[in-house]
Design a protein around this ligand. Sequence first.
Ligand code: ATP
Ligand code: MG
Length: 582
Amino acid sequence: MTTVLRMTELYAPTLKETPADAAIPSHQLLLRAGFMRKSATGLYSYLPLGWRVIHKIEQIAREEMDGIGAQEIMMPVLQPAELWHESGRWDDYGPELMRLEDRHGVGMCLGPTHEEIIVDLVRNELKSYKQLPLTLYQIQAKFRDERRPRFGLMRSREFIMKDAYSYHTTQESLEETYQKMYDAYGRYCERAGLEYRPVAADSGQIGGKVTVEFHALAESGEAELVSCTCGWAANSEIAPATPAPVSYGASAFEKIATPGVHTIAELAAFLGCSEAATVKAMVGKNAEGTPVALFIPGDYDLNELKAERAFAGFELASDDEIEKWGLPKGSIGPVGLPEGILVGADESLRDIDGWVVGANEEGFHYVGAAPGRDFEVDVWADLCAVKEGNACPQCGAPLSVTRGIEVGQVFQLGTKYSEVLNGNYTDEEGDEHPYFMGCYGIGISRTMAAIVEQCNDEFGIFWPLSVAPAHVCVLPLTVGDDVVQPAAEKVAAELAELGLEVVIDDRDERPGVKFAEADLMGWPLQIVVGKRGLEAGEYELKVRRTNEKRSMSFDEFNEWYALSKREPNTVAVFFEQVGVTR
Ligand code: ATP
Ligand code: MG
């Protein structure tokens, strides 16, 4: 790009106030800095700066896919229900699938993912082992009617995804491509400037057995990740918790008065025991709406996804529902529950000889309650959220827990889709077999949010060079004069000539306003041009990532300029000299 973006022309309306419904930095800052606007719940429009970033992220994904021999295609967003009936997912996918009808009453949906349509696309023509392996991909809007769209681009109802699909004759061939994808995903995260971690994961809706998620590490991430120094890492959804509940040591099964006790902490203090000697109740309902009471060691939290695996469709109940089912919040227990309530308990409580648990009566608890004798448990399962220090399933060392944002996931699907959809090839002997398949997704728009989660401070965003909407912002302290603005225009033009993407803040605004907005928008480098500096023969530089400022003499600038110009990788060389490395 050799043109210079002008702030006087750029459509990037900024907001002074943080929008009330934006809870995390990326959501707040992308709105405040004028990168995007909300069109409706979970639906966003990208403004010019946001769209420039999206393009750069897409381009990184595209280069990585092309680099491993994947071929780009484009499939329709709108898909016939018929194909989804064929795969069985019309029923299985649930309310997240956006369903509609065309004018003839034919069922359609907006693609949340494209396994069905891509098998259909090739099944009549990809027929010979000689044509395999093959990997196709696209970059396109996806639609999911999320239960809780939130956090801006992080969990939206329409989002941009790079989705790739591979076809193979053998599991070995699939594994080879899977490994290439895995490596490409790592490079994608690195090039996008993300601190990331690949973790073992659950395959969820998509299916298949072997799958890894790539997470950007961030406090605001919706996922909890556990990892060990031995290299084992997983999404906490699939990481086994290892609680160590202790026995309270009651001599008998007995109901005791616990006036005013409602929480585990109060119960432990009242009895003078540790929280690990108590049992916590959590109440929810399954997919059919049947109430479910879950019991876990008092010092642990419930992992809702594990609960969902034990009781399909599990969702925590509201206070009103709990009351409606006749359960006294704060004293709920497995003994004498009202009819029709399912009971689940954490595996670790199986061998605890006497539970300290609610008596289903306000102000009373039981001690010494034993499963199998005093009450029955319908489902024993691993229900607890893993805690820092739990044992690594691979080596037994203590695990650490962090949070992450899932930016991508790779799956070995095997023959799951090709079998049901008749995606077959013919081998050398003329026999037909279903393709082995892999699928691989990257959340392009979510990546933009994840980058901002990692790259922000109290002043705004600091974009990594690789995805910044422009590399450098030139800030003339005054405009309309015949010294400062012309000098700034000259620097801007020269940098653009070098191949840098340049924006010039040519607005007639106070310097304070320009500085604040440049910080908010996050250009990696600012070059300030002022009268005094010009007289002294220098510009002022500010590296946005570190907020370090320093002056640069005209000589220095000319030297860097000349040096960068001689190098093939001009932009990188220029920034290396300025001290901006990522
Ligand atoms: P999640 O568990 O966060 O709902 P998922 O596992 O259902 O995501 P995939 O089917 O693996 O998502 O889709 C591939 C990628 O698309 C994800 O890794 C994520 O980056 C992105 N993605 C999925 N759902 C959304 C969404 N609602 N908004 C933005 N990006 C999304
Ligand atoms: Mg996923």
